[in-house]
Design a protein around this ligand. Structure first.
Ligand code: PLP
Length: 370
């Protein structure tokens, strides 16, 4: 029997009736763009995160672009971020004509190494984008301290971490604004593309709200050059249903991660399980192990019908698009090592205990043979 990396069909079957009723309701009332469903979801999302405002947008990438645009990032500016993330975390900076500045990560959490940020700050630095990679919040107290000392804004890339907590505070409340993606595979996913910006800053929220709708606050009156980047009402209806299940899904992910930790523990193998810091609530968007012989583990899992994934094979500072920025191999060694050694194995709320045992056995055996 094959074991997928993520099983969206299992999730759909469990909440089919609720989801289908919500979608039909929108289809029948025909308010497809913004309107009451999007407003209702925004209210629920803000309440969930503990922020004053939430603004639904077309996807997580746009959430980042609009948030950066709203704080005034533009040509000539620099924005600090992680090289070990999905490209959108840096693409949003380049899209606005600014320059991404990459700071290496911590070897255990794969998150931005706060201690290395200060050395990369220049007079052009405008903001920091910490990415809560794989569902684990970055060290936000340390990051905010550097940001405050230099008057920088902090935009959380929380696309993989909705519901995660840092020292008892939810992601979304840890910087000036935070961005979420509702891409189907995320912990809270819709049936297509979707995203949101959350913040306590009234002015910033109003600006993102205008930007998503052609820079307009009143129909056919335009104060800004904006975007067409709205969350669909159909997606909002789906997200409203799924938001009600998010905590129980995240808890199930956490329990399964604990079980994986247990199953991997004790083996005298060159295999590293995800760091779990006691003051952090990790929501395990992905369960990522570090193995020396990744290619063989990947090959064996594929052969056995077990889903796995490499996140991310090329760190951003070595991507072709950034060849003009002057980085070379060896500049950010922790990210480079992680890109060669990490592998995500199946993790989702519906994952069966016996399947977990089978995955662990295959991984352990292959690592032992290395
Ligand atoms: C998914 C993701 C994004 C982009 O979200 P989209 O909705 O696909 O545009 C940005 N940053 C990170 C870290 C992500 O995982």
């Amino acid at each position: 029997m094959s074991i997928p990396l993520l099983d969206l069909k299992a999730q759909y079957s469990a909440i089919k009736d609720e989801l289908e009723a919500a979608v039909l309701d929108v289809l029948r009332n025909t308010q497809y763009i913004l309107g009451p469903k999007v407003a209702e979801f925004e209210k629920a999302l803000a309440e969930y995160c503990g922020t004053q405002y939430a603004v639904g947008v077309a996807n997580g990438t746009d959430a980042l672009v609009l948030a950066l645009d709203a704080i005034g990032v533009g040509p000539g500016d620099e924005v600090i971020t992680s090289p070990f993330t999905f490209y959108a975390s840096a693409e949003c900076i380049s899209r606005l004509g600014a320059v991404p500045v990459f700071v290496d990560i911590e070897a255990d959490t794969y998150n931005l190494d706060a201690a290395q940020i200060e050395a990369k700050i220049t007079t052009r630095t405008k903001a920091i984008i910490p990415v809560h990679i794989f569902g684990q919040p970055a060290k936000m107290d340390e990051i905010n301290k550097v940001a405050d000392a230099h008057g920088l804004k902090v935009i959380e890339d929380a696309c993989q971490a909705i519901g995660a907590e840092y020292r008892g505070r939810k992601v979304g409340t840890l910087g000036d604004a935070a961005c979420f993606s509702f891409f189907p595979s995320k912990n809270l996913g819709c049936a297509g593309d979707g995203g949101a910006v959350v913040t306590d800053d009234e002015e910033l929220a109003a600006k993102v709200r205008a930007l998503r709708q052609h820079g307009s606050t009143k129909k056919y009156y335009h104060g800004l050059v904006g975007y067409n980047s709205r969350l669909d009402a159909l997606q909002a209806a789906i997200l409203l249903v799924k938001l009600g299940h998010l905590d129980s899904w995240n808890n199930a992910r956490r329990e399964k991660a604990r079980r994986y930790d247990e199953l991997f523990a004790g083996a005298d193998l060159d295999l590293v399980t995800p760091a779990a810091l006691d003051y952090i609530k990790h929501v395990y968007h992905l369960y990522v192990v570090r193995v020396p012989n990744r290619a063989s583990v990947e090959a064996v899992l594929k052969e056995e019908g077990v889903g796995c994934g490499v996140y991310y094979p090329v760190p951003l500072h070595l991507q072709e698009v950034y060849s003009g920025l002057g980085y070379k191999l060896g500049d950010l060694p922790v990210s480079e090592a992680a890109s060669h050694e990490t592998l995500a194995i199946p993790l989702y709320p519906e994952l069966k205990p016996e399947d977990m045992e089978r995955v662990v056995k295959l991984v352990k055996t292959t690592v032992a043979e290395a």
